[in-house]
Design a protein around this ligand. Structure first.
Ligand SMILES: [Zn+2]
Length: 388
């Protein structure tokens, strides 16, 4: 169980690291990390047990008795497993999303609000899984030797489409988003966008405060659907100068074409990942006595391989993301009048969000999509122009 060993190593690393510092952010990060690892290991073990105990074969046999249609059997199997998985993890998710967040004063969400949100997330992801796996298994059955390439291309197209509809369709399912009202601030931000050579028509305010005290801003979508959104939590936390600096960082993502770079990175990793999956799925299914990789009872095997490849490629994914974040941070130098305000904004955000300023290197490599705050401040200062 390599996954388990890695998880234990991460936990030890973290514990050793925590001995060196013990403030609230460290404690919060530790709880979050422990919970994340617990869910990862538990999920892995449960799926493995479902596969090896024969429960998976029994469920697929039961469905075979109900219908002879392969895709109805597949959909039934996925629906039952998805409900089971959701219910099994409901308690842990509630603890992580509500109990822990409330303990640290980060959550503004009611229990009912959380339940509605989690049911929506489940519905959306189940719908997606049903669609994607029905297509994937149709291709595996139809093109036994080339399905990996078709799957990689299809997966990429899906990712591009989802990111396209995220601002208009997916985010509104969870958050209210309105054009930013403060006209003085809007004028300032639009002027800044003009100086950075980025076409922005409107700036959006996203209402995070209904759920959380954490502050954030982001670029979502691409093309005409692209939006730069600023959390209402960030708007109340930061000064106009600081908001401008954060906005400049987001403009950096646009000006430096980060969305496209991330999509291109995904395309490469999908081709490699699905090819590796093709290499291991057939032989491992045969070794466990399944008739072929498309046998419904062998679905847990597919999920386990995807989880393993996903976990092993994490350092690469997060490393690339941190590289792009650093570029966006440095982009603001020379673009805003007082770049040192990015340092004060980042410090405020880290304090508010209880971010660990100095995680261990392993934790950073596995989980941090942004450089830890101490590193961001260090390279911003080193870049010369920032003396805050
Ligand atoms: Zn960023």
């Amino acid at each position: 169980m390599q996954q388990l060993q890695i998880a234990m190593f991460v936990a030890q690393e973290t514990a050793a690291h925590l001995d060196r510092a013990g403030d609230r952010a460290k404690q919060y990060s530790k709880s979050k990390l422990t919970l994340g690892i617990l869910k990862l290991v538990l999920g892995f073990v449960l799926v493995l047990a479902f596969l090896l105990s024969g429960a998976s074969s029994e469920l697929s046999g039961l469905l075979r008795n109900l219908t002879r249609n392969y895709h109805l059997q597949l959909s039934g199997y996925l629906l039952v497993s998805s409900v089971g998985y959701y219910l099994l993890f409901l308690g842990l998710d509630f603890y992580g999303d509500v109990v822990l967040e409330r303990r640290y004063g980060l959550s503004n969400q009611t229990t009912v609000g959380w339940l509605v949100r989690s049911a929506k997330e489940w519905g959306l992801s189940t719908l997606l899984i049903l669609g994607v796996l029905n297509l994937l298994y149709a291709v595996i059955r139809g093109l036994p030797h080339w399905w990996w390439l078709i799957a990689a291309i299809g997966w990429f197209i899906l990712l591009v489409l989802i990111s396209k509809i995220t601002p208009a369709v997916i985010v509104p399912l969870f958050y209210k988003m309105v054009p930013l009202q403060n006209s003085e601030l809007v004028d300032r931000l639009l002027a800044l966008a003009g100086r950075c050579g980025v076409r922005v028509q409107r700036v959006f305010e996203i209402k995070l405060s209904k759920e959380t005290n954490k502050a954030n801003a982001a670029v979502i979508g691409w093309g005409r659907n692209r939006r730069i959104v600023i959390g209402d939590t960030l708007l109340t936390l930061c000064s106009a100068d600081e908001i401008e600096a954060v906005f400049a960082h987001e403009l950096g993502h646009v000006a430096l074409h980060h969305t496209w770079k991330l999509l291109a990175g995904s395309a490469v990793s999908f081709v490699i990942g699905f090819y590796l999956l093709y290499l291991v799925l057939g032989p491992s299914a045969a070794a466990l006595g399944f008739a072929g990789p498309a046998e419904i009872a062998a679905i847990p095997l597919l999920l386990l391989w995807i989880a393993i490849f996903g976990f092993l490629s994490k350092p690469l994914q997060t490393g690339y993301s941190r590289h792009l974040e650093k570029q966006a941070d440095l982009f603001i130098l020379g673009k805003v009048e007082r770049p040192e305000t990015l340092v004060s904004a980042l410090t405020k955000l880290a304090d508010r969000n209880l971010s660990d300023p100095n995680p261990s290197r392993l934790v950073e490599a596995l989980f941090y999509t942004h450089p830890p705050i101490a590193k961001r401040i260090a390279y911003l200062r080193q870049a010369g122009q920032v003396h805050a």
